[in-house]
Design a binder for this molecule. Sequence first.
Ligand code: PLP
Length: 439
Amino acid sequence: MSTINTEHFWMPFTANRQFKTEPRLLKAAKGMYFTSQDDRQILDGTAGLWCVNAGHGHPRIVQAIQEQAATLDFAPTFQMAHPLAFDAASALVSIAPAGLNKVFFCNDGSEAVDTALKMALAYHRARGDSGRFRLIGRERAYHGVGFGGISVGGIAGNRKQFGPALSGVDHLKHPLNISLNAFSKGEPEHGAELALEFEQRLLATHDPLTVAALIVEPIQGSTGVIIPPKGYLKSLSEICKKYGILLIFDEVITGFGRLGSAFAADYFGIMPDLMVLAKGLTNAAVPMGAVLSRDEIYDTFMHAAPQDQIEFFHGYTYSAHPLACAAAIASIHVYREESLFDRAATMSKAFEIAAHRLRDCPNVKDIRNLGLVCGIELTPQVGKSTTRAYDIFHRCFWKKDLLIRTTGDIIALSPPLIISDDEIDTMFRKIAEAITEQS
Ligand code: PLP
């Protein structure tokens, strides 16, 4: 194994010094497996980082990117365009919930979140309602790392190094309630009434006419897989409608089949006004994010400005980058041709059964799942939060040839949608062993 110089790469969301004492390196990937630097086949329990939904190195996606790189490496999309930009938007709309027909491209989930927030604020202005400046998020929400995203996000640790960020933001409670809903399979029974806090907050604390948008992850992934209680999202959506507040679904994790339907909006039968996407959009092969918008929002922008004027002062050099567009078109083709969203729905039963077998492992406090997402919450070691889950993550990588993700003392699993029954069993068996050995 060749040695590498770890001195110069400042790693994101990583304990750099700890990592560099014993680097965990992945040098190749195919299907459900990474190859580690020391040539082990590592089962991918996290689809990379919730993103490689069709499995690694899909030949159709690889070929599309290679051909595109050789044909058109770059073209601007400010006052210019290239055909694939329109084709990629149409491909995305073809699998999107009916009514979300307009696509704004960016480069990742964080940019997509900030784009959606700006769109919401500018939309209200465009229709002459400029008093709506307030944005509402939720505790324990993760909406990326832009200033908009960390403001509406509910993770204090992601905010406190950076000063005040956006003002006029409020956060609703998150709906995780282990004392009532521990070991729920699918949507928990208790907690729909938490949505009513939104209306109370609007009436008691804010004038609802000052609120531009509510942003929610249908499933809060990054802070430990928080599944919405039955009826909760529907109530939030009804309150938004009642007060003319835009509902933004951040589907960066839940999009592209994770719940066994194209989007969580389909799964829950809720139509948001804006939808934030990234990750699975290109099967993670090229960075790309997108915001899907209702026609009426786009039309409002179009009518508010003279025809020869820019309607939305926003965009990125790499919006609709040709390689990303090629990857998105190919990925959507693969999802459809291989019926991967249906496959995720089919596999979710075996996934749920295997997950809940860990209920009696030591220190397991809760297991929650929906589609191909699962959170296993552990009791923290006394006075040392995160160390138990980190130790299990470490063991899984080095001793079990398995990649999992942990956040706090929660194990979060989100395998590629191509996972087999055997791989589901292997993954949970190895996690059970690691939890038991660790205790
Ligand atoms: N929104 C959600 C719900 C996410 O889970 C993430 C990333 O995990 C983001 C936004 C940010 O995406 P990115 O890391 O691509 O900027």
